[in-house]
Each structure stands twice: as C-alpha cells, then as structure tokens.
Design a protein around this ligand. Structure first.
Ligand code: SF4
Length: 535
C-alpha cells in the first residue's frame, strides 16, 4: 500500500510493526520475503526502486483435516473372493492380482480395498464402472455439514483449497451447476475470447493493475492569485488489491488457545465487548494485510491494547469506544467511524486532519445526504449474506453508485462494501455494480478453518469457532487466499480486455443481470427457468 506521489495531505511517516513482533515465534511460511520488510517502507532497499507487485504463495496444509468428499463402500467378502479366484487363475502372480483399478491411490494400502484411503478419492467412478457389484462411491454426508445454508460446503471446499495452495481452483470436468440463482449468481460477467488484448497480463508478460484508490478526490483544484492551491487537496491512499479485511467476526476460540490468549476487547466499564476475540486473530489479519499491501479494520481497543500500528491498520471507532482515541499515540492513514454521527465525524476530521475518515453505514443509507455533509469515503455494510432487509447487495450497491453518478460526485467518493462476498468471483461482480473496493469477512474465517456452529448471519451473532491459530500459518493462509482471488480477478480483467480494476467500477455493460434477461425473454411467464429448482 502506498500514498500517491502527489503532495497529498496524509502523513506518511507511519512506523511498520516489525515482522518479528507481529509473527511472534511462529514459523514463517513466506521464505521469499522478509516479513518485517515492506518494499514501500521508507529506507528499505526497494523503497525507491520499481517492484512488480506479487503475493508470495506457499502450500500451507490444513490443520483441521476436512472430511473426505466421498465414502468408498467396498463389499469386502466379494473382494476377498475375487482376490482368491484371481490368485488361482493367474497362478499366484501377485503383481497382477494386487493391481488396483484406482490411479489415485485409494486402494494403495497393503490390504488394498479392505481399508480404502477415502481422502484420496476424486469421485471419477473408474472403480465402480469396472466392479459395480463390489465398490460404490457415495458423497460423504459429513462433508455436507461444512459451512451453513449460505456458505455452502462447496464454497468452504473452494476457499480452503485457495487458502491451502494459493492457486486458482480448476474443475476439469467443466461447470455442471445451474446458470443462475439467488444473490451474486443472478449477475453474469460478460466476457469474450475476441476482446482479449490483455491475455498476456494473466501470465505476467504484461501488467494488469489490481490497485485501487481510497480517499477523496476533489472535482478540481482551486488556486489563488499567486497560483497557490487554496482549495482541498486530494487525500488518497492506494491498496494493491481491491479487497480489504473487515473486522473479524465475534468468535469463540479453541479452549486451548483461549487459555493462552489475552482478551482484547473491553469497554471502558471493563466488560467484555463481544464474546471473545483472540489476540492472534488480529495479529494474523494485521500482518497479512501488511504483507499483501492492503488494509485491515480493527476495533480501536484492539489497536491500542495490541500496539498495532502502521499504514495498513484502520482503527474502527464506535460511540462506545470513542474514549479509546485518547490512548492512540499515532495518526492512522484511515479511520472508520461506525455509524453516522456529525459531531463525531467533525471531531475526527479536526483531530486527524491528515487522515482519511471513512463512515461505516448500512448499504441502504442515503449516502448522498452524507456526501453533502462532507463525507467522501464510505464503508457500506450488508449482513453476512449480502442483505439489508430483503434487498440484496447488487441492487443496493447499484442504487448507491447511481445516485452519486446522477449527482455528479461519483469521482469524488470512494465506496467500500462488505457482506455476502465469499467467492473470488464476487469481488469483480461487486465492483461492476459500483464499489471501488470490498471488505472481506466470512471468507477470511473459512480460510483460517473456522467452524460453523450454526447459521452465520451477521458479525455480532456469527457462531464461528476457530482452531488453535498459529500466526505464521494464518498469515500465509490469508496470503494464499488473496493471491488466488487476485489471480482470478486478473482472469476476468484479462478476458474483458481491461488493464486495471479501477476501470471495472460501475461497468455494467460488462455484465448481464438474470432478472433483466428473464424479463426480456419470458415477460410475465415467470423468472425461474434459468434458476436452480428450489427444494
Ligand atoms: S472413484 Fe475413482 S478415485 Fe475414487 S476410488 Fe474409485 S477409481 Fe479411485
């Protein structure tokens, strides 16, 4: 993350937390880059040289094994009978008798099919085709318990693969799902093989920028008689990816971890605010955001108590945590005010004249009224399923964006949005609808192998339980996820012929909306033909 080279009014003299401090004594999964050295850090060897943005990935295995995707049911008495028969037929030729029908090694134990290694099964059905009366492959019902009704098991599977490998998931058999549905599935990106001048960008031969600007940009500069600028200056910071880390959900921690962790969120009255939040969770988010060169929103009590500091740290201030500002000893690049309050907003602007002040409000808020009060940066929130009331994020973002366009102030304002963004494809879709950047929430928890103890609807009530968190492991998992999502964003930008993600904002000509198409095609006949049938 860096500030634009123009003489913007944001103070850029922030100190980075040292990597050793942030990573504690955990192992480093990122060998190619010193965790304590930001390439943009003043004084670093690379601070005055060009560096091509890149996220280092490294295979980071799950610490909680996922249930196998398939159950391999073998009729053992038939298998033993067949082996005995083949022993006789092939005159004791063991290599022939012991050859297995599975190239994935499911029957590779010495006892073969008597104890199949189910975790290796990919469901190709090769074995069933050859021996239908001996082996059957069934979906594992345990796998269906992952996630909840919104974060489906296949989404958990995908996110964990991305966090584990840092790679783009590829399904060799092609897409076999529905071509429409609720939420983000009702928006299709419109790509063509014909318009692919930036295809090289995907493979690194050209550069497609995923950087976005956050801040306020006056429509024009004002000068006095002597040519000096007298009006407001642009106040902009840049993140290298269009996704930020939202405040972690209220979470319960594995008992073994909770015992060793300090509780970090307390109100002035000394009561626990939220249930339990782990120190290591904030440290992981913070360090990952620093290395990815993006931002992380952290409640101000946690910022103070954990001594988090740096241009990537965005303190979140609520009316109940306002007094913690007195204990903040540095000036953040950006501060988020939770909920609209004119008095608090003015106080923040006065107290931190060089900082970007963002206001966090629900997605259905009339933000034009707030723009007229001087707000230029918004974090628009929906619940963890992307809804505010019965309206989904797609409609809410489009409305907010269009109102600013109609008022002629869209270029002056930054819109960040969160809620319901759990797959890589949701990022460009939200940007197409009109956001500048998104903030990630549940996807980060899934990458850290959080367990769903029930329906996860919003931050306050999310029943997420984290395993014991190793900091270096967690940082690398989030870096892997970010790298995978960025690569998928590059795929979409490349396929659209766009050289930077900034140009994607509000580009609804690059997408199709299912409900619009169904209305055009089917009129009053209905709108369920393209959707997955409801159970
Ligand atoms: S379905 Fe395919 S991967 Fe699974 S056990 Fe059979 S042959 Fe092996």
């Amino acid at each position: 993350m860096k500030f634009d080279s123009a003489p913007f009014s944001v103070d850029d003299s922030f100190q980075q937390v040292s990597g050793e401090e942030a990573l504690g004594d955990g192992r480093d999964f990122s060998p190619a880059q010193s965790p304590g050295q930001s390439p943009l850090e003043p004084g670093s060897a690379q601070s005055h040289t060009y560096h091509r943005y890149h996220i280092e990935t490294q295979t980071t295995p799950d610490i909680v094994p996922l249930p196998p995707r398939f159950r391999v049911k073998v009729k053992k008495h038939r298998l033993i009978g067949m082996v005995l028969k083949e022993l006789f037929t092939f005159k004791g030729n063991l290599p022939v008798v012991m050859s297995r029908p599975c190239v994935y090694g499911v029957f590779s134990r010495p006892v073969g099919g008597l104890a199949p290694r189910e975790e290796l099964c990919v469901g190709c059905l090769r074995c069933t085709v050859q021996y239908p009366d001996m082996v059957q492959i069934h979906p594992n019902p345990e796998r269906q318990l992952l996630g909840d009704s919104f974060v489906k098991p296949e989404y958990v599977d995908t996110i964990q693969y991305e966090a584990r490998t840092g790679r783009v998931p590829v399904r060799g058999a092609g897409y076999r799902g529905a071509f429409g549905g609720e939420g983000w599935d009702g928006l299709w990106t419109d790509m063509s093989e014909i318009v692919r001048p930036t295809r090289d960008g995907i493979h690194g031969r050209e550069f497609i920028s995923t950087a976005v600007d956050i801040g306020s940009l006056p429509a024009f500069l004002r000068f006095d008689d002597r040519g000096e600028i007298v009006g407001p200056l642009p106040t902009i910071m840049m993140t290298q990816v269009p996704f930020l880390f939202d405040v972690p959900a209220t979470a319960s921690i594995h008992p073994a971890n909770a015992a060793g962790s300090r509780l970090v969120l307390r109100t002035q009255a000394g009561c626990k605010e939220n249930a339990i939040q782990s120190e290591s969770l904030f440290q992981i988010f913070s360090e990952a955001a620093r290395q990815i060169e993006t931002l992380v929103e952290v409640p101000i009590p946690a910022v103070v108590q954990l001594s988090l500091q740096g241009s990537h740290i965005v303190p979140l201030i609520t009316p109940t945590t306002w007094n913690w500002l007195d204990r903040l000893s540095w000036s953040p690049c950006m501060i988020v005010l939770d909920g609209w309050d004119q008095e608090h907003y003015d106080a923040l602007r006065h107290r931190f004249p060089g900082s970007i002040i963002c206001v966090r409000v629900p997605m259905d808020t009339d933000i034009l009224a707030l723009v007229q009060q001087g707000v230029r940066v918004f974090h628009l929130t929906a619940n963890y399923r992307g809804y505010v009331g019965d309206q989904f994020a797609i409609d809410l973002i489009r409305q907010a964006h269009q109102r600013l366009v109609d008022a002629g102030v869209r270029e002056e304002v930054t819109l960040i949005g969160s809620g319901g963004l759990i797959l890589a494809e949701h990022v460009p879709k939200a940007i197409i609808c009109g956001l500048d950047a998104v903030a990630l929430d549940v996807a980060l928890a899934v990458a850290l192998q959080a367990n769903f103890k029930g329906e996860c609807v919003d931050r306050e009530t999310a029943p997420l339980s984290f395993p014991r968190l190793d900091r270096a492991w967690g940082v690398q998992r989030l870096k892997n996820l970010a790298a995978s999502w960025r690569d998928q964003l590059l795929e979409i930008l490349g396929a659209m012929g766009l050289r930077e993600v900034r140009r994607l904002r509000g580009e609804i000509g690059r997408c199709m909306f299912q409900k619009d198409l169904e209305r055009e095609v089917f009129g009053e006949l209905g709108s369920v033909i393209l959707s997955e049938p409801k159970p």
